[in-house]
Design a protein around this ligand. Structure first.
Ligand SMILES: [Zn+2]
Ligand SMILES: [Zn+2]
Length: 173
């Protein structure tokens, strides 16, 4: 299976029917029940989706940083059972600026900086590719969590620094 990132920053795996059978799946979409040869395994949902349902979900999905432990738990399990054949992650995460991504229009009702739904005083989604590329375009480097919460009031910053620490992420200014 191939690992990739969704538009808002979740992980998804492109898998074949054979691969999903290793997890006890039948190659049937968990959303529309259509039998498929290929589909997408989505750790945050713990579901296997056909390409149509996956595309629909990817467009509508909203990133919730507080749910990432669910994704992490499921993806460790999947990766322990189905070997990764190739990873697109590196290419997406750095080195090559892809200008077309910067022009991407963010979904309605989401923050224009990071394409994630959050209140203005809350941090941007540092994991969002939209945010990462926009930031890179402006500053010539990749954003850190400290950058993502620069605009936040002190007490919200402190809250996030603590919450991220619990997930093993150290925020340094
Ligand atoms: Zn489907
Ligand atoms: Zn934002």
């Amino acid at each position: 299976m191939k690992k990739q990132k969704t538009k808002v920053g979740y992980i998804a795996y492109q898998t074949t029917r054979e691969e999903i059978c290793r997890l006890g799946g039948l190659g049937i979409c968990d959303t529309c029940n259509s039998p498929e040869g290929n589909g997408y395994l989505v750790p945050i949902l713990n579901r296997w989706l056909c390409p149509r349902c996956y595309e629909k979900w990817e467009v509508e999905a909203v990133y919730y940083a507080e749910d990432i432990h669910i994704e992490q738990k499921n993806l460790k399990y999947y990766e322990s059972i189905i070997p990764l054949t190739d990873s697109n992650e590196k290419a997406q995460q750095g080195g090559h600026l892809k200008p077309f991504r910067i022009l991407g229009i963010t979904p309605k009702g989401t923050c224009t900086e990071c394409a994630t739904k959050h209140a203005p005083e809350q941090p941007h989604n540092q994991q969002s590719l939209t945010y990462q590329y926009k930031f890179y375009d402006k500053h010539g480097r990749w954003p850190t969590w400290a950058d993502a919460m620069k605009h936040c009031p002190e007490e919200i910053k402190n809250y996030w620094v603590e919450a991220l620490k619990e997930h093993g992420i150290e925020v340094t200014a």
